[in-house]
Ligand binder design. Structure first.
Ligand code: GTP
Ligand code: MG
Length: 373
């Protein structure tokens, strides 16, 4: 904007001057009669809007550039803020549970930490040492705290450890059937040891227990998978059927109806394969009881085992088998899984050797693993 001040004798004189200087678009901002002179005098202030658009910032002189004010586009910013706000609100609407659960989890973890420290100060002896040992072994802080909280008599460290060992032993459910009979299926993620565990049990029950054993491989996704079991069957002299559909599975079961024990191998699939667990459930639903074992490798994280145990929930598995104990560094996570799943443990496997590297689940042995390793 260009502003000019004029001292004139009449309005007409002012208008002429303004028009000459500032052009037709000029406007009069104020008119004031000046006092003190012999002749009447007017002070007229006029202004003209300068056409700023004609000067591009590149063409402008340094002076002009310094005069150009960069005005932020508040309306645009306001609009963007509004968009962001509604986006956040929408996201909250979409997954309120997830974010709330996350908050709740963080809260619980912090809470358990605080309580752990508090407990340490309250009983500077055995319970706090046990709490930290359990956590170091892989038990979650929440469950370690709950366990330590069951100790009501404070004694020496060794006595207190023994007390807790007994408590844990009582909470571990196992399926300790001396002689297994019926149909037993093995399910779980890829590479956990389904086929190897099946082979170990096939060898044990056919050779040591002298049971009539039949093998079924439902793993037709990979040629090598069925071949792996066929090789074991050949070495052990056991009959085997490879099936890909439910009808074939039924026929194979009929064929093995004279067997004491039928062991069924299933394919492992990655978690990205949607619908896999549902298909597995439908496949195993053949109208006769199939005892299903979910295999979990202790070499994977606690979160991974918990997630897998939930994912396979649709299969409604009966037991858990923990595998690869020989390669794990801590066994505390088994406590979390058992506590979370509430299903019995049937076996523990501890090596690649068939048939030796397997043991029946024993609550006291599992409690010791959780507490001492
Ligand atoms: N260290 C160790 N290795 C094991 C154990 N059980 C199985 N394995 C090994 O883990 C690998 C995978 O075993 P598989 O029996 O083929 O696993 P799977 O679950 O049948 O795998 P998929 O059929 O591919 O889903 C092999 O190298 C086995 O020797 C165990 O208890 N300890
Ligand atoms: Mg396999």
């Amino acid at each position: 904007m260009q502003i000019k001040r004029y001292e004139v004798r009449s309005t007409q004189e002012a208008l002429t001057k303004i028009k000459n200087d500032l052009g037709d678009d000029a406007v009069i901002l104020s008119t004031k009669r000046l006092k003190g002179g012999k002749l009447p005098l007017l002070e007229v202030t006029a202004a003209r809007d300068e056409d700023e658009k004609k000067i591009s910032i590149h063409e402008a002189s340094e002076k002009q550039k310094s005069e150009i004010t960069i005005r932020p586009d508040f309306d645009a910013i306001r609009g963007e803020l509004q968009d962001m706000k509604s986006l956040i609100l929408d996201l909250r609407k979409e997954e309120p549970m997830r974010s709330e659960l996350r908050q709740l989890k963080d809260y619980l973890v912090n809470f358990a930490d605080v309580l752990g420290t508090w407990e340490k100060n309250l009983y500077p002896g055995a319970p706090s040492k046990i709490y930290y040992r359990l956590v170091a072994n892989g038990v979650s802080r929440e469950r370690a705290y709950k366990l330590v909280n069951t100790i009501d008599t404070i004694d020496s460290f060794d006595t207190t450890v023994k007390l807790l060992e007994d408590t844990i032993t009582k909470t571990i459910p196992v399926t300790n059937k001396k002689k297994r009979k019926g149909i037993i299926a093995f399910v779980g993620p890829t590479g956990v040891g389904k086929t190897t565990t099946l082979a170990k049990l096939a060898a044990h029950y056919s050779m040591s227990e002298k049971l009539g054993v039949g093998l079924i491989s439902a793993d037709t996704y990979r040629i090598a998978a069925a071949e792996q079991l066929k090789t074991y069957a050949r070495i052990m002299g056991l009959p085997i059927k490879v099936v890909s559909e439910k009808e074939e599975f039924r026929k194979a079961l009929n064929l093995f109806s004279d067997k004491d024990l039928v062991l069924v191998d299933t394919p492992g699939k990655s978690r990205s394969d949607t619908g896999y667990t549902e298909k597995l459930r439908d496949f195993l639903n053949v109208g006769v009881p199939v005892e299903t074992n979910l295999l979990l490798s202790v070499t994977t994280s606690r979160e991974n085992m918990l997630d897998t145990s939930s994912r396979f929930g649709v299969v409604n598995y009966d037991n858990i088998i923990f595998t690869k104990l020989d390669e794990a560094t801590g066994f505390g996570s088994m406590y979390d899984v058992i506590d979370h799943v509430g299903k019995p443990v049937s076996y523990l496997t501890n090596g690649q050797n068939v048939p030796s590297d397997i043991e029946e689940a024993n609550p006291h042995r599992i409690a010791k693993l959780i507490m001492y390793q």
